[in-house]
Ligand binder design. Sequence first.
Ligand SMILES: *[C@@H]1O[C@H](CO)[C@@H](O)[C@H](O)[C@H]1NC(C)=O
Ligand SMILES: *[C@@H]1O[C@H](CO)[C@@H](O)[C@H](O)[C@H]1NC(C)=O
Ligand SMILES: *[C@@H]1O[C@H](CO)[C@@H](O)[C@H](O)[C@H]1NC(C)=O
Ligand SMILES: *[C@@H]1O[C@H](CO)[C@@H](O)[C@H](O)[C@H]1NC(C)=O
Length: 538
Amino acid sequence: MKPSNVILLLLILMHSMLHESRSDLPGSWEVLVHNARIASMHTVVTRFNTVVLLDRTDLSPSEHGYQRYHCNMSLQNPENPEPGPDCFTYSALYDLINPNPRPLTISTDTWCSSGQVLPDGTILHTGGDFDGFRKIRMLNPCEKTSFCDWEELKDIELAQGRWYSTNQILPNGSVIIIGGKDAVSVELFPPKTGGSVVNFPFLADAADDQMDNLYPYVHLLPNGHLFVFANNKSVLYDHTNNVVLKQYPQLEGGPRNYPSAGSSAMLALTGDYSSATIVVCGGAQYGAYNNRDINSPAKSSCGRIEATRKDPVWEMEEMPLPRIMGDMVMLPTGDILVINGAEAGSQGFEMATKPCLHPVLYKPDEPVGTRFTVLKPGTVPRMYHSTANLLPDGRVLLAGSNPHSYYNFSGEFPTELKIEAFSPEYLSPENMLTRPKIVELPEKIRYGDVFYVLVTREIPVMGVPEVNIASAPFATHSFSQGQRVVKLDVSIAWSWRLGLFRLACKAPPDRRVAPPGYYMVFVVYQGVPSVAKWVQLL
Ligand SMILES: *[C@@H]1O[C@H](CO)[C@@H](O)[C@H](O)[C@H]1NC(C)=O
Ligand SMILES: *[C@@H]1O[C@H](CO)[C@@H](O)[C@H](O)[C@H]1NC(C)=O
Ligand SMILES: *[C@@H]1O[C@H](CO)[C@@H](O)[C@H](O)[C@H]1NC(C)=O
Ligand SMILES: *[C@@H]1O[C@H](CO)[C@@H](O)[C@H](O)[C@H]1NC(C)=O
């Protein structure tokens, strides 16, 4: 080592010894867009590495939102701020480079809607409020340089209005749309001939006097059935025959869904894919919403259940911080980042205080009591109507936060127009030598097939890297609809000592383990993920 490097190293060591403070906690933050003009309430990453931002659309006219293409401004009625056609749109496409996201056109109200990505990469977006209550919209994403936009379907609509519902793609590529306010039912997209609304009484059973059953947590288990969680109850639901196969034990500690939501994720599927474990963390105290108690402390408890077991039970754990409206983001490593939210109050307008600025990392394979690590705090409160999405480069994009019914930049928690990225510690400069790089990968893979990934690294490989695939979920209201990470079976086909090697990977065995569609493929070496490349799983 050069003398100058030794001095630098000493300085770094001294610096870290002197600053055993919050700023030395793992992770780093950066602002990506200073003024996105909209506070994204719903956010999706596309296979072209762009990001679809979407707020509600009953907010204009105002100086916010984006002016629509081909819009005749003189048709707009400034006297009438009610929902209806105007020249502003509250959706945009962000390419992660240009600080000015490009406007997308949407006119029906998207407030508290739901969505999913279809097998061909099209974003399906359903419901909302007012004129959007039964709307179905599609966006077929495109390269940065070409043009694509929302299409609001005219020929078909939802069989029932859906506001605060949850979507999940099914093994056959259809999407199930579950619940919503006053919607004790499920339906399918594409709809079945003769109508596809089916009653789902579980949702009514789970409701209490402040709802607590909205935006249910829905996970497609590798046995093909759905795990559906609302309030403190959960069931194993056979969507093909509309039968509840099992009621799980109730989760202690009070309600966990809107308006008391914590968050939920399914741990990465691995091994022979026969087991799936669900985690539900945080939430508001029961009554905080009904009593408008904005200082009521949020819960720090998490429940974890192996949903595929015969007689499963909830294992309880404590987060280092209480949190309502957190987002649980599945990282490429299989760890979970819990980020955003508040430490007191409930969901709803003007209903929370004490933003929770510290993300925490959850390492599911560690023993209970040692799974959580507190990470470096951000500076921007991200409370009601904020989102978090994994990016293909391993960072996590954070957008939105608007605890007010309209855009309001005064007061303690102003409407937030900044977009940020949080980089977990795996992206720290020390880890860049370890970071693998994908050189070559097929564009399409078929179920059960062996495929090859060509990877380079600076220094020779010890041990077999992981190859993990991650879906692009529809993030809203502290739950990522359709979020899924699957760890593939990997072996080294050949390696060369200069750090070039070929991995033989086995694609997921069937559509229940990973429904058809586009996935980000990450090579993870010693906990450090590559930049992902997208593949289509067919
Ligand atoms: C815009 O609408 C106004 C009012 O209907 C009409 O007079 C005008 O011609 C329109 N402009 C364009 C460019 O279509
Ligand atoms: C897909 O699966 C659902 C639920 O299991 C079923 O009701 C629907 O008919 C299937 N769709 C197609 C197109 O086969
Ligand atoms: C679940 O919630 C209901 C109220 O909705 C409550 O009566 C019940 O005690 C709760 N269960 C547990 C285990 O806390
Ligand atoms: C903006 O929010 C503040 C604080 O919550 C509130 O006092 C004020 O009335 C709001 N302004 C408008 C125009 O709604």
